[in-house]
Design a protein around this ligand. Sequence first.
Ligand SMILES: Nc1ncnc2c1ncn2[C@@H]1O[C@H](COP(=O)(O)OP(=O)(O)OP(=O)(O)O)[C@@H](O)[C@H]1O
Ligand SMILES: [Mg+2]
Length: 486
Amino acid sequence: MFSRFKKPESGPAPTGLKPVTSSGPVAPPAAPAPKPVTLSARPMASAPPPKTAAETMASDKEKKRKDKIMELKVELHKRLLDNLNLSALEKASEASLKLEIASITAEALDEMSVALNTQDRQVLHQELYDEVMGLGPLEALLKDDTVNDILVNGPKRIFVERGGKLSLTDITFKDERHLLRIIDKIVSAVGRRVDESNPYCDARLADGSRFNCMVPPVAVDGSLVSIRKFKKDKLGIADLVRFGAFTEEMAAYLQAAVATRLNVIVSGGTGSGKTTTLNALSSFIDNSERILTIEDTAELQLQQVHVGRMESRPPNVEGKGAVTQRDCLRNALRMRPDRIIVGETRGEEVIDMLQAMNTGHDGSMTTIHANSARDGISRLENMIAMSGIDMPIKAMRSQISSAVNLIVQASRLQDGSRRMVSITEITGMEGEVISMQEIFRYERLGVEGNGKIIGRFNATGIRSAYSDRFRQWGYDLPASIYEPIG
Ligand SMILES: Nc1ncnc2c1ncn2[C@@H]1O[C@H](COP(=O)(O)OP(=O)(O)OP(=O)(O)O)[C@@H](O)[C@H]1O
Ligand SMILES: [Mg+2]
């Protein structure tokens, strides 16, 4: 067989591209048979009508066809790895490699006396290409722009999140070994390793997507993978207004808050849109300011000219070389920033963040994991306590209340929509309690038959405590934006 990328018949093993071996780092447990899963938030009104005999036959046929393609893929993948010169692949163009795969496949199918129609053949070629060059079954989902999150629960269950809703896909890995091989490919590309002694890992994919995995035996039913897809074009303020995440009035208020250098915390649950909101809010920062960003996985995409980005680093295999968010933050304070943006405050860095907000780096922003503004404050208090700083509760609260001006609460509602459900100002202390006032909120009014939530944004009628500041800085917001409707 002629192949430009064909391995030399004899001679040294190819170097360069890491050969993907079929044995994973951990012996896979027997994968349990997938159970049917229903993810619908609401109970189904009635059971689906029973399948007709013709429908059952058609779905059996489809399943057989998929099984056959899967078997072929495994065999062909083996042959490809045996035949391709892996070190030459790095320089190969996509088109020439696809041609090569097509020719090796055609030869192998001939040999195995298997006939496939054009469509199946094309699918097979693409999947083989993804297997050799990319991340196998995950590749198609990574390319699908409508997918936000990819969640793998063992080899046979891959879920995706589209439009805020989770659904099970019909894409699967062949078995746990296959899944482990792809995980290995991802983590070894960033110089990490996962195995029994080190069973989980955070990484960033080549396209910027955030990746986390946990492998057996800690992951009981097969490896767990979560991927937050990286969006090249992050949603901006105008997009968020268009999608109903908040109103134009709220956007005008937020613009004044960010431009006049209030310290802002975006709070929310997992996947509620915190990072997206933080990124959008950053667009209100003046182009002349020096901004330093600190993240565990670099996701923010600021548009300003003067931006310094930092990414924390976990320890290496020997447990050395860790650079924490706190290390980055402390160093950032020596780098003359006008503003500091921490992607997510989740630990000991909280104290440095609050100090930075209090001491000349006003206009700083971060996100926290909390379900309401009040919860957000408790979370900050807990983080301070957990960081081992022995501070009386009153001192802690006074530190928080003088550092944080605004808490923006993001939420993913049951219908999948992501909304800014509350904007709350911190106005000071009353005794030992931090006083707050809500300026805007999302009012839930009901739910449509299809599960879509009916609601509206409303002002609470309370005028911003920063109105004078806004005016002095040239952001003269009309009093009407604080007036409630209805
Ligand atoms: N208002 C919105 N409308 C539609 N999609 C949105 C909206 N806000 C965020 N998204 C999308 O939802 C996904 C999750 O958003 P994001 O990463 O900002 O959440 P997060 O709260 O930071 O999540 P995590 O807790 O995992 O860090 C992203 O793919 C983002 O593009
Ligand atoms: Mg985030």
